[in-house]
Design a protein around this ligand. Structure first.
Ligand SMILES: *Cc1c(COP(=O)(O)O)cnc(C)c1O
Length: 362
């Protein structure tokens, strides 16, 4: 094979080479059945096994023993912005949102489309540089739920604590941070993530929902929009994205076989530190977008002294085998997304490239 790119794409993003190779081996014929997995029924025993094992593995890696269901849904994390209020925001209640970046803002906007949504905390005025402190989060006691984004993909920040919401269900969009570090998942009533950042390819969104939130069937909603439909049918009410879920299965096994979530965190801290250290030692040539205590170990964001230099940085990085380093179009600058599958060597190469680039341009 040609040399693998240093893939820092923000999503869809890097997958481990081993996972790709495993999928390749099974692509044309799955487990000796004379067909590929994509050609068989989602109600076959082969797929049923994948469906069940993937759900179990995700719960296991999240450290959730019981009391939760894993759902596989379509529509990306963005559809969850709507299905959350549709399912849980009852008349007379409010949805509370902790706003720490553009994805949480979008979730809040969708909440307002469905019902009454309020802001429990926001750091927008501070240009997202730091996250709200626990004592700055004001939760309306009439909240149906509190929604937060644990890792802010575009801005490059991550929460270092879990907000205390008492009896009010806490919902976490973990699209870009799921399984990147251990956390007490039982503090959340619901966790969801589009797969294409840290869990596999695009096409499936996982939603992990506590049983009590699934007990009631929201009859006012079309069946496909009810979480209870997918929970009752083990995500087999209609045809799920079989191949994407199979890839998530391989990814979860990869995390497990590589030491689990604790080992992922160790690696992610080491990887991101390589880049943050260059930023901090650059005398201001590289300027981190986020205050050090709120920095993400997944998405590393920084600026250079001018947009011209940023363009040059991206262009030269591409000539040197790096991919995906341009910041999100809404913020500019540079963003290196180093999800679980991104190897240490890629981050080391990036750190070296940054030092060299500064020498030539600083
Ligand atoms: C990428 C992302 C989304 C949007 O995901 P889609 O699957 O494209 O809808 C939502 N939230 C966060 C935190 C993300 O990183």
């Amino acid at each position: 094979m040609t040399k693998r790119a240093y893939n820092f794409n923000p999503g869809p993003a890097a997958l481990p080479l081993e996972v790709l190779q495993q999928a390749q081996e099974q692509f044309v014929e799955y487990n000796g059945i004379g067909m590929s997995l994509m050609e068989i029924s989602h109600r076959s025993k082969e797929y049923e096994a994948i469906n069940a094992q993937t759900q179990e593995l995700l719960l296991e890696l999240l450290g959730l023993k019981s009391g939760y269901k894993v759902l596989f849904m379509g529509g990306g994390a963005s559809t969850q912005f709507a299905t959350i209020p549709l399912n849980f925001l009852k008349p007379g209640k409010v949805g509370s949102y902790i706003i720490t970046g553009s994805f949480s803002e979008k979730a809040y906007e969708e909440g307002k489309v469905v019902g009454e949504a309020v802001i429990a905390a926001s750091n927008k005025e501070g240009k997202w540089r730091s996250l709200p402190k626990a004592e700055d989060i004001q939760i309306d006691p009439n909240s149906a739920y509190v929604h937060m984004t644990t890792n802010n993909t575009i801005e490059g920040s991550q929460f270092s604590y879990i907000p205390e919401t008492g009896d009010i269900p806490l919902i976490g969009d973990m699209t870009s941070g799921i399984l990147s570090r251990p956390l007490d998942a039982s503090k959340y009533a619901m966790i969801y993530a589009g797969a294409q950042k840290n869990l596999g390819p695009a096409g499936v969104t996982v939603a992990v929902i506590r049983d009590d939130l699934l007990a009631e069937e929201p009859k006012h909603l079309p069946v496909m929009l009810r979480y209870s439909t997918h929970a009752k049918n083990s995500s087999l009410y209609n045809t799920p994205p079989v191949h994407s879920i199979y890839m998530v299965n391989l990814m979860l096994n990869w995390v497990k076989n590589n030491g689990g979530v604790a080992e992922m965190e160790k690696r992610n801290v080491e990887k991101s530190k390589l880049v943050y250290d260059v930023i901090d030692a650059s005398g201001g040539f590289y300027n981190g977008n986020i205050d050090p205590d709120s920095r993400s170990i997944m998405n590393i964001t920084f600026r250079l002294p001018s947009e011209e230099l940023e363009k040059k940085f991206v262009k030269e990085s591409e000539q040197n085998n790096f991919v995906g380093l341009a910041g999100h179009r809404s913020v500019g600058g540079i963003r290196a997304s180093a999800y679980n599958p991104v190897p240490y060597e890629a981050c080391k190469a990036l750190a070296e490239f940054m030092v060299d680039f500064q020498k030539r341009n600083g």
